[in-house]
Design a protein around this ligand. Sequence first.
Ligand SMILES: C=C1C[C@]23C[C@@]1(O)CC[C@H]2[C@@]12CC[C@H](O)[C@@](C)(C(=O)O1)[C@H]2[C@@H]3C(=O)O
Ligand SMILES: O=C(O)CCC(=O)C(=O)O
Ligand SMILES: [Fe+2]
Length: 336
Amino acid sequence: MVAASPNPIHNEKIEAIELPIIDLSAERSQVRNLIVKACEDYGFFKVINHGVPQDIVAKLEEQSLSFFAKTMAEKQRAGPAIPFGYGCKTIGFTGDMGEVEYLLFDTNPISIAQRSKTISNEPTKFSSAVSGYIEAMKDLACEILDLIGEGLWVPDTSVFSRMIRDVENDSFFRLNHYPHHLKDCTNNINSSCSSKVGFGEHNDPQILTLLRSNDVGGLQISPQDGLWVPAPSDPTAFWVNVGDLLQVMTNGRFVSVRHRALNNSSNSKSRMSMAYFATPPLNACINALPEMVTPEKPPLYKPFTWGEYKNTLYSLRLGDIRLNHFRASTNDELAS
Ligand SMILES: C=C1C[C@]23C[C@@]1(O)CC[C@H]2[C@@]12CC[C@H](O)[C@@](C)(C(=O)O1)[C@H]2[C@@H]3C(=O)O
Ligand SMILES: O=C(O)CCC(=O)C(=O)O
Ligand SMILES: [Fe+2]
């Protein structure tokens, strides 16, 4: 079924496919199999009954809203996002732009407390809302990663979550705000110019992302070239994205999901999203797990550390397929 959603780019198909929804309170053996299937089919799924207390989310939403409602001069006190701080319209360092403003953090509570002094008039309140949310996201990410370890039947089921629990983990956290553009808006909500790219298409580089938004949609995934599938907003749930590192560790069995966020000017309200990026330590060696490699399926990628990957990532454009820079040589290439 082709949906009537506004499409910013011609020759793209927008299709309303039902994306996997996984109830984390269901029986464990069933949950882990459903998660593995969703990671193989889409690299993307929604979790419900996840056990994250609603007040943790509500506190952060309130703090974020009051930050984004400030004047530009006040917001800029949070410093440019190089790489952490406040950013408006520019994404990364290589010229990418989008209809978005954001705050990017590392997940160390001390640096969050420090940065909060430039963000809020009530820094302790802001910092405890961000750190409390990050702690809950870390637990949820580790629980999902343990289920993945079990579902893949690897002998060490904590192989993924251990990297995130490591004190040296390099996880990031991001608050995105997509201001609605009433001035651009005509009365015709089907107008093709009513939708702009908020956050351009890309793959998340890390292991796993947990994404939560308010009740304003805009997120889309691309399971194949030229096809976009809306991921409807659900403020009570989390969307889970497989990132590049999990694709490498599963030797391509799981897919790093291509996604983007549109800023739809026909919305009466701004979209706000919160993204936790579960990331290993800089010195963690990223390689296909031995159980994922067979003579018929040799490693698809060369081993690298997260630090090496991170350096490459900042030198590339948002939409680049970064993993192409780490492909293992094929037998044919070696022979030539
Ligand atoms: C253009 C860029 C922004 C980004 C770093 C990069 O050079 C390429 C990857 C981008 C991305 C996408 C997912 C996350 O939002 C992010 C924090 C990340 O780890 O990689 C962003 C980076 C960013 O905004 O700094
Ligand atoms: O806001 C969204 O829905 C997507 C954000 C995103 O993909 C990101 O921050 O990496
Ligand atoms: Fe993303």
